[in-house]
Design a protein around this ligand. Structure first.
Ligand SMILES: [Zn+2]
Length: 316
């Protein structure tokens, strides 16, 4: 959505509330008490009332805004900014744009939006020809480990381990200069270690079992032949990585650049949230101006898992 359209459609708090209610009704309000989906809107109380049991829930309850006291318009502006460009916004920048005096609620709002993006993408598994590899993202030292002596050369930076998976179909008769493969959807999943059992579990939940999966010859992938339709494992010369696993490495490089350009540092405990946003937008790169409405739709139907609160701390 273009900026002037946003201003036109959502000039104030009331227009944002109305739009949110309208979409929530369209997506379906569910009673958390009895599961009924038929509700009345009680205008005097600004809440939904279940037609079956009478249970009332506010407009924000059981949505991305659950428990939030920020204006609806803040949420709309955040969704607009997150979807209007290929880039993203740090909480510091959004706080500055909104002129809000406290950092923490703005930071939480962005992470809640990233959380529902991840929940939405978790509904889908990748299928067909699949590239899979591990990526290593620089993260800050977690607060709990500050003061510990880190290994020489590591400095204050730690590496977050990420399983990166991409649907990647061969391009027939690729012309010189063209990429040999065409990318579909991607997933990036933070993993605690590189053990085969850890990676097997994550790969199985992310990839359809009929898929044909290509990886390097690392021992972490030895069980894939039993888990997927086909496993192509090969020793890859680093100079050939762009031919064999092009899309996982393009995605890793682009996400790293984006994070480095936008955030002062990413704490390891929040790395997954930033990856959620990156993958969500990558997977919807052809949606164009519809992206804002899609995010608004899932905003009415998903409640974020994100409830982390660290007051008086600046985290990305
Ligand atoms: Zn009910």
């Amino acid at each position: 959505m273009k900026l002037f359209e946003f201003e036109q459609h959502f000039p104030d708090e009331a227009s944002c509330r109305d739009k949110f209610r309208q979409i929530r009704v369209k997506e379906g309000v569910v009673c958390p008490h009895c599961g009924n989906t038929h509700h009345y809107w009680k205008n005097s109380k600004q809440c939904f009332q279940c037609a079956n049991c009478g249970y009332r829930q506010s407009l924000r309850a059981n949505t991305v805004m659950h428990g939030s006291k920020l204006p609806f318009r803040y949420w709309f502006i955040a969704m607009h900014l997150l979807t209007a460009t290929k880039h993203t916004f740090s909480a510091t920048e959004l706080q500055r744009q909104l002129g809000h005096k406290r950092y923490q609620p703005i930071w939480e709002m962005l992470h809640k939006l990233r959380s529902i993006m991840g929940k939405r993408d978790d509904r889908y598994t990748l299928k067909g020809n699949i590239e899979l590899d591990e990526g290593f993202f620089s993260t800050e030292t977690p607060d709990s480990r500050k003061g510990e002596k880190l290994k020489a050369g590591v400095g204050s930076q730690k590496k977050g381990k990420v399983l990166v998976i991409a649907e990647s179909a061969d391009v027939e008769n690729a012309k010189p200069g063209m990429k040999p493969k065409k990318v579909g959807h991607i997933k990036m999943i933070v993993i605690p270690d590189l053990k085969a059992t850890t990676i097997d579990g994550k790969a199985v939940s992310a990839v359809n079992p009929d898929s044909s999966i290509i990886t390097d010859a690392c021992s972490s992938h030895t069980n894939f032949k039993n888990l997927f339709g086909e496993h192509k494992s090969q020793v890859i010369d680093p100079k050939d990585i762009g031919k064999v696993l092009p899309w996982v490495h393009i995605a890793i490089a682009n996400a790293k650049t984006l994070f480095a350009d936008t955030y002062h540092g990413v704490k390891p405990e929040f790395l997954q949230e930033y990856l959620n946003e990156y993958c969500y937008k990558f997977n919807r790169r052809y949606f164009g101006e519809d992206l804002f409405h899609r995010l608004l739709m899932i905003g009415t139907s998903y409640q974020p898992d994100f409830e982390h609160r660290i007051y008086n701390s600046k985290a990305a």
